[in-house]
Design a protein around this ligand. Structure first.
Ligand code: GAL
Length: 440
């Protein structure tokens, strides 16, 4: 997990070079508010929280049950608060983040919003001085001892600590249905080479080897291919600026990715991530690579039993590496009801809240004192892997790159999908890495 230090190095470098990594490549640039004071701290009061509390996230529809369980814990404790569960549909926050940006820039922030630990938080909202420092709350709740140190490093800077983590998700998981693999006479591929060997056989049977959905899931698949092709050290080095995007090792990521894409469904762009999971569940596809919110979807929504009715394996060539991400909630400056927002955050970080939320979500609790007996066999295995594996950060879910880079990366991906030119994609990535302050 110490490799996650890279994230902090990237921030440091960007500021050393005088480059603002904040949405530099995005459509709308976020600047510091004119009168921004540094490190405005949250104020803890003894007031009984009441009034409206708008919680902004992308956990709508099938993604909603875990958040609802957390809100229920909150409501039981703070009955005077009127919770407005403001969700904007769209996996990985593709739509929600755009709406949030407009609201933040328009001076209409919600009381609290979902944001990924790492660069999405630090390199975006914290750099723009839009967040309240939560140090007094972390002190009061004892969270500096209860959350892992490396996770705290992704939530904090030398000026403060900026959000409260609610979970730990794994991005690089390959999902399948054991009975289907048995029926088709195939094993789970452990390497990308094995995948590329078995894929034509599946295709010959009319089965999609790897189901895929809308653009962000293509980026999501890319990071698992990148980890497999590069290995954890080089994967980290890429975010650290120690390997150029034009390096042959990185060009190979794109060419391998191109091979893998040949075995995905043609209608991917029109599908949600849940629909890509459904293709596996219904036997139209053999595998899907998705974060372990897919375990939450299959067990909580589809009521499938982990281990027997659905199976999982690390993405090919992962070699005991775990691509990590964490959802968190922070309080923006200008929040209209800070007492209620503080109460919400204190619920988010509590043992009770965490253990109500995570078993439904498919994630594990970020708290060191979680009760693992509440979790299913998938999550118990993820918790064990999180302890034992090499931990690296997710690109698609905000850990290793700021939103400027992410937005630009999506554009590069669209270009790649139409031209399939690995070298061109690598060159374009080098340009956007420079533009977004991510190179040395
Ligand atoms: C991720 C988020 C997960 C899940 C997923 C699909 O970015 O961290 O909690 O919501 O998107 O929407």
């Amino acid at each position: 997990m110490n490799k996650l230090r890279n994230v902090m190095i990237v921030v440091g470098l960007a500021s050393l070079l005088g480059i603002s990594p904040v949405f530099a490549g995005g459509q709308q640039e976020i600047k510091k508010p004119a009168a921004a004071k540094k490190a405005e701290q949250v104020v803890l009061t003894n007031n009984v929280p009441k009034g409206d509390l708008e919680i902004f996230s992308w956990w709508a529809g099938d993604e909603g049950p875990a958040l609802q369980a957390l809100i229920d814990v909150f409501k039981a404790k703070y009955p005077k608060v009127n919770v407005i569960n403001a969700t904007v549909t769209g996996g990985s926050g593709v739509n929600a983040k755009a709406v949030l940006k407009t609201r933040m820039l328009g001076g209409d922030p919600p009381e609290s919003f979902q944001v990924h630990a790492g660069q999405e938080l630090i390199g975006t909202w914290v750099t723009a001085e839009r967040m309240l420092d939560l140090t007094p709350l972390f002190d009061r709740e004892g969270w500096f001892d209860l959350f892992p140190k490396d996770l705290l490093n992704l939530l904090g800077t030398d000026k403060g600590i900026w959000s409260v983590p609610v979970n730990i998700h794994r991005s690089n998981v390959m999902w399948y249905i054991p009975a289907n693999l048995k029926k088709w006479g195939i094993e789970v591929p452990k390497t990308w080479d094995e995948f590329l060997t078995v894929a034509p056989k599946l295709q010959a049977k009319g089965i999609v080897p790897l189901s895929l959905a809308t653009t962000w899931t293509v980026n999501h698949l890319w990071e698992s291919v990148a980890l497999g092709v590069l290995g954890a050290d080089d994967y980290d080095a890429l975010w650290d600026g120690d390997i150029a995007w034009t390096d042959p090792r990185v060009v190979k990521v794109w060419s391998t990715f191109n091979e893998v894409l040949k075995y995905t469904n043609a209608d991917a762009a029109s599908l949600s991530w849940q629909q890509a999971t459904d293709m596996v569940v219904h036997g139209q596809a053999a595998f899907n690579i998705m974060g372990d919110w897919a375990a939450g979807y299959m067990s909580t929504t589809l009521k499938l039993k982990p281990g027997t009715e659905f199976g999982w394996a690390p993405s090919p060539d992962a070699n005991a590496s775990f691509i990590f991400l964490a959802d968190s909630f922070g309080i923006p400056k200008g929040c209209m009801n800070p007492d209620a927002a503080v109460a919400w955050l204190s619920t988010c970080g509590s043992k009770e809240g965490s253990d109500a939320f995570n078993p439904l979500k498919g994630s594990i609790s970020p708290r060191k004192d979680t009760d693992l007996s509440l979790y299913n066999v998938y999550s118990q295995s993820a918790a064990a892997d999180f302890q034992n594996d090499r931990i690296v950060g997710s690109l698609t879910h905000g850990v290793v790159a700021n939103e400027g880079f992410m937005n630009d990366f999506s554009t590069v991906m669209e270009m790649f999908l139409s031209g399939r030119d690995a070298q061109k994609a690598a060159n374009a990535c080098q340009a956007i890495a420079i533009q977004n302050g991510m190179t040395k």
